[in-house]
Design a protein around this ligand. Sequence first.
Ligand code: TYD
Length: 212
Amino acid sequence: MPKGIFITLEGPDGSGKSTQVENIRAYFVSNGREVVVSREPGGTSISEKLRSIVLDNANAEMDDVTEMLIYAAARAQHVAEKIRPALERGAVVVCDRFVDSSIAYQGFGRNLGDQVSEVNRYATGGLEPDVTFFMDLDPEIGRARIGKDVRDRLEQQKLDFHYRVYDGYKALCDKYPERIVRIDASKTIDEIKGDIYSKLETLETLETLETL
Ligand code: TYD
């Protein structure tokens, strides 16, 4: 049985993650792998309910710590119910956002700092992605791609919040150079797909070597 592979995509809002999630799915499906695609906040029935609470524009009074804990609670359920079982049966799990989003948005954006990592380590039981693609795009460009009237509670935050989030991502790239692959998300969709596929090929070669 192949070993499970956990892949996450990260980046500012509007950086084109969901298109590339589908490309990654197609890559592994054509190689005959079981692929589980998911997203955060969400991915399970309970986590999707938490998603609607945390992103609801009506919840303007939400405290920053409450926000961080809701993301972590949604994640704990997602890991326990969906991600861990899939990895255990050898699937490739491709997830749009994971713990790095909480570190960038709540840790840096909301200035909650290091506690965010600790809470999330507890929530995930220490599960970490094998590879993370960081879709690197200036937050102002990403934001302009999302129509003003469809922005959720987080997307509506002021631009300086989104620049702090971006700084958070850059700090994560420096801290985890082995895990996080920076992708220039200002390129065309096909160029980005090519960059991601070449990394996936290396990953598969490494996997094959490991099983020899
Ligand atoms: P996402 O589903 O990527 O947004 P959309 O599908 O609308 O593009 O994420 C929703 C928002 O939640 C996004 O602004 C990022 C934010 N977020 C956090 O602040 N912390 C987290 O831990 C996660 C997973 C997302």
